[in-house]
Design a protein around this ligand. Structure first.
Ligand SMILES: [Zn+2]
Length: 340
């Protein structure tokens, strides 16, 4: 299996975000990639640095205004008198009315869903290189690979067409899906991160050619709160092409694997030409975000379950935060996937 990782993504080093009214250390740190790389190499896989594409492939799912904001925000922010070290929004428009703002504080509010995706000096570069990893994995699949894994950092599945959020800036899974869609009539995205893949759902909400399926902790009590509910099925031409499978908080292997089997069956029934797996590892019981309670063996079983699907597959790394088990979780998943 080909693995893609760009060392430049370490340039994104967020410091803090606001949680329950407190400024706390940001969990989406470069050490994550080091731990995930250890797992990849332990499986005998050798990551390669992907080709650089710039913003081109991102335009398939993101707006030019948003991509412009990402590339310009840090410089404009640092020029403000008294600016803090990271772009963190403090005003938010009511979407649906109002005018696109010119000032960077206004643009930050417009393009950032929450305070959990701070933009620092290396963020734009890192996000583009993470997207390059996703594009390379999709291209490997288009070239005939059965499986390819993009070790993306920062992750992507909370990013909408024009909005960052939840540690995510560019939606790597959606970018990979769009890339696969250039060759295949139908593509599916299967998201197993503990958080609902709200950005991916939003991007493809009105499209019938891309199925989005997400298994996650119940948003009634967990981020992203505003969506991820079972009744959200898509709209217009996309009605029926979104499936949310929320689980009660604290659910373990049995409920999670049953939901994954249901989701995988929906993916196969859609008859896509290729699949993107948004591979979050934060459903594990040891994850600091503590939404579900899946075991390491549960992730091995998930790898087997997903690996049994005969469709070609590009995997993008989503969440999974710092814990003593992070390497072991990925090792178990990849072992299951590759042995299926
Ligand atoms: Zn997550």
């Amino acid at each position: 299996m080909q693995v893609f990782f760009a060392p430049e993504t370490d340039a994104h080093a967020p410091e803090a975000f606001l949680a329950r009214g407190r400024l706390v250390p940001n969990e989406e740190r470069a050490e994550r990639a080091a731990l995930l790389l250890r797992a990849v190499e332990g499986c005998g896989l050798h990551p390669v640095s992907p080709p650089r594409h710039g913003a081109g492939p991102c335009l398939a799912v993101h707006t030019p205004a948003y991509l412009g904001f990402l590339s310009e925000a840090w410089e404009a922010w640092r020029a403000l008198p008294g600016a803090g070290p990271e772009v963190i929004p403090n005003v938010h428009p009511h979407r649906g009315w109002g005018s696109y703002p010119e000032h960077v504080v206004g643009r930050a509010g417009w393009h950032m869903a929450d305070t959990a995706a701070p933009i620092g000096p290396g963020t734009a570069t890192a996000a583009l290189r993470a997207a390059d990893c996703a594009v390379a994995a999709a291209d490997a699949v288009l070239a005939g690979a059965a499986r390819a894994y993009a070790l993306c950092r920062p992750p992507g599945h909370h990013a909408y067409a024009d909005m960052a959020g939840g540690h995510c800036f560019l939606n790597n899974a959606a970018i990979a899906a769009a890339r696969l869609r250039t060759r295949h009539d139908r593509v599916a995205v299967f998201d197993i991160d503990v958080h609902h893949g709200n950005g991916t759902q939003g991007i493809f909400h009105a499209r019938g050619d891309v199925l989005t399926v997400s298994v996650h902790a119940d948003p009634a009590r967990f981020y992203p709160f505003f969506c991820g509910y079972a009744h959200e099925r898509g709209e217009g031409a996309g009605f029926g092409a979104n499936l949310n499978l929320p689980l009660p908080l604290g659910s373990g292997d049995g409920a999670w694997l049953a939901a994954l089997a249901q989701g995988m069956a929906a993916v196969e029934a859609f008859e896509p030409g290729a699949v993107v797996v948004a591979l979050g590892l934060d459903a594990h019981a040891s994850d600091p975000l503590a939404g579900l309670a899946v075991s390491t063996e549960g992730f091995r079983a998930a790898g087997r379950l997903i690996g049994a699907c005969p469709l070609p597959m590009a995997l993008t790394q989503e969440g999974g935060y710092l814990s003593p088990h992070l390497s072991d979780i990925l090792t178990a998943f990849l072992d299951g996937l590759l042995s299926a």
